[in-house]
Design a protein. Structure first.
Length: 348
């Protein structure tokens, strides 16, 4: 199982962040995965993704899920800034070639204003995203900030957390006072290669009217009028109600030795611009309550996911699939295809 996890982290592009999340030099995000950290930071010139290790003797540069500090090692002070590695006491390194001393950077690419990172991606980003690229671009041009970072481990294997996020079948029992109050209708699934979209109208007429009445406060040119959820294979979800904010979630396989019982979960709330200052202040309560409700929804999901033993997951088709679980079948098919593509390499 670990081979699947590591090969998925290494072999696929991952949407890490929006350009506006790291506007200032030193702004950073850190993700923990089974193959080690993936950190991304603003070096004053570019957004740099790397393995969060110092090239000198391997110390971790960044801690926590996010923050602002220079990419400067606390051990002996090696610092990366503006594309350059600054090394104190250079004269003491006579016997080695410091021109090769640099961060172990990962590949990056953009889809609109979303930054993707690839350690050893098997395909070009455009190929991996397929039709999902257009959907993502439109969303990215409507986002202007991140207002909440929520990071903890799910006590379950990551594909079980993903499958939970992919099916609305559990909403009434698991989220009776949060997500279920929207009374989401069946909606429509669209499959875009390995990625998928679910769009569902809000069935609760009172909430629908309230949500519609808020549209005039937002400066957006895109947003599904209902509940929208985009799954990017393998570890990323992006969901929204009416396009008024976007919840970006990651479910990475956690670092060894905790794997496979843990999922390195994070969610961030990305907001869209208000039409003016007055609208922004009126929307503050709405955004605050969105943050709180989202956090509660993820805790409810985590509670139920804890009940799933690691061996309750496999890549085999579900034995009793409901129509609400069709995206799980699609996800498992993508996992099987990934493993089949790995097989020749494994036996080589
Ligand atoms: S390990 Fe980072 S400067 Fe020495
Ligand atoms: Fe849920």
């Amino acid at each position: 199982m670990t081979d699947l996890d590591a090969s998925l982290v290494r072999g696929w592009w991952h949407l890490l962040c929006h350009r506006r999340e790291l506007p200032a030099p030193g702004d950073y995000l850190r993700f923990e995965t089974v193959v080690g950290d993936i950190a991304v930071f603003n070096d004053g010139r570019d957004l740099i993704a790397f393995d969060n290790r110092c090239p000198h003797r391997g110390a971790r540069l960044y801690d926590g899920a996010s923050g602002n500090r220079p990419a400067s090692c606390r051990y002996h002070g090696w610092t990366h800034a503006n594309g350059v590695m600054i090394i104190p006491q250079r004269e003491k390194f006579d016997g080695c070639d410091l021109t090769t001393a640099r961060l172990n950077q990962y590949r990056t690419d953009w889809c609109g204003d979303f930054l993707f990172v690839g350690i050893a991606p098997q395909a070009a980003l455009a190929e991996q995203l397929g039709e999902a690229a257009g959907v993502l671009e439109n969303i990215s041009f409507n986002i202007d900030a991140c207002v909440d970072v929520n990071r903890y481990d799910y006590e379950c294997r990551w594909p079980l957390a993903i499958e939970n996020a992919l099916e609305p079948h559990h909403i009434s029992l698991v989220h009776p006072e949060t997500l279920a109050t929207l009374e989401l209708q069946d909606g429509e699934n669209r499959f875009l290669g390995v990625n998928s979209v679910w769009e569902a109208p809000v069935g609760n007429a009172r909430l629908r009217r309230r949500l519609e009445s808020l549209r005039r406060f937002f400066r957006i040119d895109h947003g599904y009028e209902g509940y929208f959820s985009l799954y990017l294979f393998p570890f990323t979800m992006l969901s929204s109600t009416y396009g008024y904010s976007y919840s970006l979630q990651h479910f990475f396989p956690a670092p060894a030795p905790d794997t496979p019982r843990r999922t390195s979960f994070s969610s961030r709330l990305l907001t869209v611009p208000a039409v003016d200052e007055r609208a922004a202040s009126m929307l503050r309560t709405f955004i605050d309550s969105t943050v709180q409700v989202n956090r509660r929804v993820f805790e409810e999901d985590h509670e139920v996911c804890k009940r799933l033993p690691a061996d309750s997951w496999s890549t085999a088709p579900l034995r009793y699939p409901s129509v609400d679980e069709i995206k799980i079948s699609h996800f498992r098919e993508s996992c099987r295809q990934h493993l089949a593509a790995q097989a020749p390499e494994a036996s080589a």
